[in-house]
Design a protein around this ligand. Structure first.
Ligand SMILES: Nc1ncnc2c1ncn2[C@@H]1O[C@H](COP(=O)(O)OP(=O)(O)OP(=O)(O)O)[C@@H](O)[C@H]1O
Length: 534
C-alpha cells in the first residue's frame, strides 16, 4: 500500500501480488494511457484460481480499463499478463476467449428477437456434417445450465426474459465458449435483492467447479458478502488487497475515496401542496393483441416532494417514464404538468415546460457517445438557454456551462472537448445528472440516478437532489437500490405488472417489506402512508 492511501483504522490488507494459492490471473506493472489520462499506472493485480475476486474503486479509478485489458479489448502500454502461469499477449477479445477468459458487460448484448440458445451460440455456431447442430448445441447449453445452477429455458425468446434471466444467458454465453475465468462488470447494478441472491448462488456454484470470477462493483455490502478477496484501485494504481471478512464498508470507502460512507436521507419535509405532476387513469397499450403494459395509473407529485417507485425491472417502470416524457403515446387518461394537460405534447415540448430527465440507459437515451462533453450538454436542451441564442447554438455559453457542470458535479475528465465515450461510466452518469439538474426543472424524472457511481459521487448527487427538492423540485425517483429509494423518498409506491399497488411510508417500511410487495407477495401488507403535504 502506498503511504498516502493508508486509511484511518487501517484495514487488514495484503500486499498485492502475493496470493496464497496458484494464480489464475497475474497482471504485473500494467500501464495504459489515453490522451491526457493515465487510466492504469503500474497496476499489479493477482487472482487466485477458484476464487471470487472483487475490484473496487471510485469512478474513473481505472477498473474497466484494467478488465478490458485483461479481456483483450485494450493493449497495455506497459506490463505483462499471465494466465494460468503462462504469459500471454492479446490482440483482441478472441485471443482472451481462446485462453478461457470471458467477460459479461454491464450493458447486455443479447438479440431480443432470438431465443436463448440462439443467442448463446451466436458467433460460435456448432456445425455437424455441414449443418447447424441444433440438438448438440441445446444439449450442451442445458448441461451447462444444470451444472452451474443457471436456470433458463433455452427455447424462450430473450425479449420475454427479465433482467436476472438475461444475465444468466450472458453468463452461459461465455461458459459455452469455454471460459474458466469470468469477468463481470457491475453485475448487480440492475438486479433487485432477490436476483442478487440468485446471482451469488450461481457464482458460488461456479467457484465450486473451480472457475475464477473477477467482478467490479460499487456496492460494498455485496462485495463483502461474495468476494474471497478485494482489490482496491485508486487513481489508476493498486491501493491494496483486503480480506472481506475483516474489512468494514467504511474502511473500504476510505481506501477508495478517502472519505466515509454516505447514507441516503432526506431529513426535514419540504413537501408543499402545489401539485406539479398529476397522472389520472393513464393507460399504455402493449401493441396489437397484447395486454396493456400500464393500466389505471393515478399518481400525484407535489413541489418539494420525491415520489419513489419500487419494482422488479420490467413491471412497467420504463413505460411509465416513457409515457410521462412523451416517448410513448398514452392510450387513455391524462398527464398534467402544473395544471396543464401535456399528455399529447412532444418530448421536446415537455422538456421545454420544465421536465428534466435522467434516463435508465445512459448510452441509448442519455448521451451521444461520439459527441464532445459540451455537445452532450446541449443534447435535448438545444432550444433553451444557455445553449440557444435565437435560432443559433451559443457555443461559448454551452462550453462555459459544461465547465460549470464538470466542476459542480465533479466529472473527472481531461477537458470538455473529449468525447463522452472516453469518460468512465460513473462520470458519464454525473454529466447527465448535472445537465438535467441545470436550468431549474420543475419536475425531474430520475431513473436510477446513481447507478454506477461511486459512494462519494452518490453522496454528491443525493445532496444535489435534496437541495433542489428544498427549492421546490418535484422528483419521480425510480431505483433498483432500495436503500436509496427508502432514504430519498417522501412517499413510496410499488409498480407490479403495470399497476401501482400501494403506498408506503419510507419512514417505516423495510427493504424486506418492499421486496415482498415488488414480487406481489406483500400486497396485503400495503399500509397507506400518511398523505404527505396534502
Ligand atoms: N476509450 C477511452 N479514451 C479515453 N479515455 C478513457 C477511455 N476509457 C477510459 N478512459 C479514461 O480512463 C480513466 C479510467 O476509466 P475507467 O472506465 O477504467 O474507470 P472505472 O474505474 O471503470 O470507472 P467507473 O466506476 O466510473 O466505471 C478515466 O479517466 C476515463 O476517462
Amino acid at each position: 500500500m502506498s503511504p498516502d492511501a493508508t486509511p484511518t483504522g487501517a484495514p487488514p490488507t495484503r500486499s498485492p501480488g502475493s496470493p496464497a494459492g496458484p494464480a489464475a490471473v497475474e497482471l504485473t506493472g500494467i500501464t495504459k494511457r489515453f490522451p491526457g489520462v493515465v487510466a492504469n499506472s503500474d497496476i499489479t493485480f493477482s487472482v487466485r484460481r477458484g476464487t471470487v475476486h472483487a475490484l473496487v474503486g471510485e469512478n474513473g479509478a481505472g477498473k474497466s480499463t484494467l478488465m478490458k485489458t485483461l479481456y483483450g479489448m485494450h493493449q497495455p502500454d506497459e506490463g505483462t499478463i499471465t494466465v494460468d502461469g503462462r504469459q500471454v499477449t492479446f490482440h483482441s477479445p478472441a485471443d482472451a476467449i481462446a485462453v478461457g477468459i470471458g467477460m459479461v458487460h454491464q450493458h447486455f448484448m443479447l438479440a431480443d428477437n432470438l431465443t436463448v440458445w440462439e443467442n448463446i451460440v451466436l458467433g460460435s455456431e456448432p456445425v455437424s456434417g455441414g449443418r447447424l447442430d441444433v440438438t448438440g448445441a441445446r444439449t450442451k447449453i442445458d448441461e451447462l445450465a444444470r451444472t452451474y445452477g443457471l436456470a433458463v429455458n433455452s427455447g424462450a425468446l430473450v425479449e420475454d426474459l427479465g433482467v436476472g434471466a438475461r444475465q444468466r444467458v450472458e453468463i452461459l454465453k461465455v461458459l459455452y465458449r469455454g471460459a474458466r475465468i469470468l469477468i463481470l462488470d457491475e453485475p448487480t447494478a440492475v438486479l433487485v435483492p432477490q436476483e442478487v441472491d440468485e446471482l451469488f448462488g450461481n457464482l458460488r456454484e461456479l467457484k465450486a467447479e473451480g472457475l475464477t470470477i473477477i467482478f467490479i462493483s460499487h456496492k460494498l455490502d455485496e462485495v463483502r458478502a461474495i468476494a474471497d478477496e478485494i482489490t482496491v484501485i485508486r487513481r489508476g494504481t493498486t491501493v491494496g488487497t483486503a480480506d472481506p471478512k475483516a474489512v468494514t464498508n467504511r474502511q473500504l470507502a476510505e481506501m477508495m475515496v478517502g472519505s466515509a460512507l454516505p447514507v441516503p436521507e432526506l431529513r426535514e419535509s419540504t413537501v408543499t401542496d402545489r401539485v406539479v405532476l398529476e397522472l389520472s387513469g393513464v393507460r399504455v397499450g402493449g401493441g396489437a393483441g397484447e395486454r396493456d403494459v400500464l393500466s389505471d395509473i393515478d399518481l400525484t407529485i407535489h413541489a418539494g416532494e420525491v415520489l419513489g417507485i419500487a419494482g422488479v425491472e420490467g413491471n412497467g417502470q420504463a413505460e411509465l417514464v416513457d409515457a410521462i416524457m412523451g416517448i410513448r403515446p398514452i392510450a387513455g387518461g391524462t398527464i398534467e404538468l402544473a395544471g396543464r394537460d401535456v399528455g399529447h405534447l412532444s418530448t421536446a415540448a415537455r422538456r421545454e415546460a420544465g421536465v428534466g430527465f435522467i434516463p435508465e440507459d445512459r448510452h441509448r437515451q442519455g448521451l451521444i457517445l461520439e459527441g464532445s462533453l459540451w455537445e452532450n450538454r446541449i443534447l435535448g436542451h438545444q432550444t433553451r438557454r444557455p445553449a440557444a441564442r435565437g435560432w443559433l447554438i451559443d457555443r461559448a455559453a454551452a462550453k462555459a456551462d459544461t465547465r460549470r457542470i464538470v466542476e459542480a458535479f465533479d466529472v473527472r475528465t481531461p477537458g470538455i472537448e473529449v468525447t463522452a465515450t472516453s469518460l468512465s461510466g460513473g462520470n458519464q452518469q454525473k454529466l447527465i445528472v448535472g445537465r438535467e439538474m441545470s436550468e431549474d426543472p420543475v419536475l425531474l424524472i430520475a431513473s436510477h440516478p446513481t447507478r454506477g457511481v461511486d459512494v462519494g459521487a452518490q453522496a454528491a448527487i443525493w445532496e444535489h437532489l435534496r437541495n433542489a427538492r428544498a427549492n421546490g423540485l418535484a422528483v419521480l425517483l425510480i431505483s433498483a437500490d432500495l436503500e436509496e429509494l427508502i432514504g430519498m423518498s417522501d412517499r413510496l409506491t410499488v409498480i407490479l405488472r403495470g399497476r401501482l399497488t400501494g403506498t408506503y411510508d419510507p419512514r417505516s417500511v423495510t427493504p424486506e417489506q418492499l421486496g415482498a410487495a415488488m414480487t406481489g407477495a406483500g400486497e396485503d401488507a400495503a399500509a397507506p402512508a400518511p398523505e404527505v403535504g396534502q
